[in-house]
Design a binder for this molecule. Structure first.
Ligand code: IPE
Ligand code: IPE
Ligand code: MG
Length: 233
């Protein structure tokens, strides 16, 4: 079963540099790959697609690059919202959204509100997202509930901690894909990825197409997930 796919969309800068272009051209070119991933996942009935678009650490980048990525977020929504809504895609977001500049934040909120009752693919944009930040934010809210007495320390279980994560209804990712040849999680979905299958593709994100996704899904299909059990052997 492939219910939830996460993608660490990496390699935009290198894609641009290898063509003698500024890094931001790589971020621009990423739109087509996002478009294709959303279309394909929707077509084959994947329920959740989480795209790691901007990490809590990415704020360290030069101001101009950060501003451009934020502009592209607004532009992506503006250009695609009509089509996504028509395709029954439900747009959601995970991360420290309060850190986003007001324009992309407002565009994101509007897209989320517009597609709220859609029943198709859940397209989750991980923005200003960090796995540790998510855990910190969950612990803060949990502690606040303990302080007001609505929760007791005795009630803390894995399930109750999960209920404080950004999107508690979303099942853990079955498969996490990272493009560009880097083999690390870079703070993506720490709590949720404990039993995710990991797939690393050398292709840079702007070159990542439907056929690469098909390869990743075929690879996933041949794996045996045991979750610590003996897996029928
Ligand atoms: C991924 O591509 C996009 C973001 C992290 C926002 P990069 O910008 O990290 O591209 P590389 O890794 O430098 O090639
Ligand atoms: C991870 O890529 C974050 C996103 C794809 C949004 P980075 O390019 O920021 O990761 P590192 O710095 O190579 O680990
Ligand atoms: Mg990178």
């Amino acid at each position: 079963m492939l219910t939830h796919v996460g993608i660490i969309m990496d390699g935009n800068g290198r894609w641009a540099r290898s063509r003698g272009l500024p890094r931001i051209d790589g971020h621009k070119a990423a739109e087509e790959s996002i478009h294709e991933a959303v279309e394909y996942c929707g077509e084959i009935g994947i329920k959740y697609l989480t795209l790691f678009a901007f990490s809590t650490e990415n704020w360290k980048r030069p101001k101009a690059e950060v501003s451009f990525i934020m502009f592209l977020l607004s532009r992506f929504i503006k250009r695609n919202i009509e089509n996504l809504d028509r395709k029954d895609v439900k747009i959601r977001a995970a991360g420290r959204l309060d850190d986003l500049p007001s324009k992309p934040r407002a565009d994101l909120d509007a897209a989320i509100a517009r597609t709220e009752s859609n029943q198709g693919l859940n397209l989750i944009l991980a923005l200003s997202y960090g796995g540790r930040a998510e855990i910190v934010d969950a612990v803060k809210r949990l502690t606040a509930d303990i302080e007001t007495g609505s929760k007791s320390a005795m009630d803390i279980t894995e399930e109750s901690i999960t209920s404080y994560m950004y999107l508690p209804d979303v099942p853990d990712p079955d498969l996490i894909i990272r493009t560009s040849g880097e083999k690390r999680l870079s703070n993506f979905l720490l709590w949720e990825s404990v039993y995710s299958e990991l797939y690393f593709a050398d292709t840079l994100w702007p070159d990542f197409r439907r056929k690469h996704l098909q390869e990743a899904f075929a690879d996933y299909g041949a794996r045996r997930r045991r979750f610590g059990d003996i897996g029928g052997n």
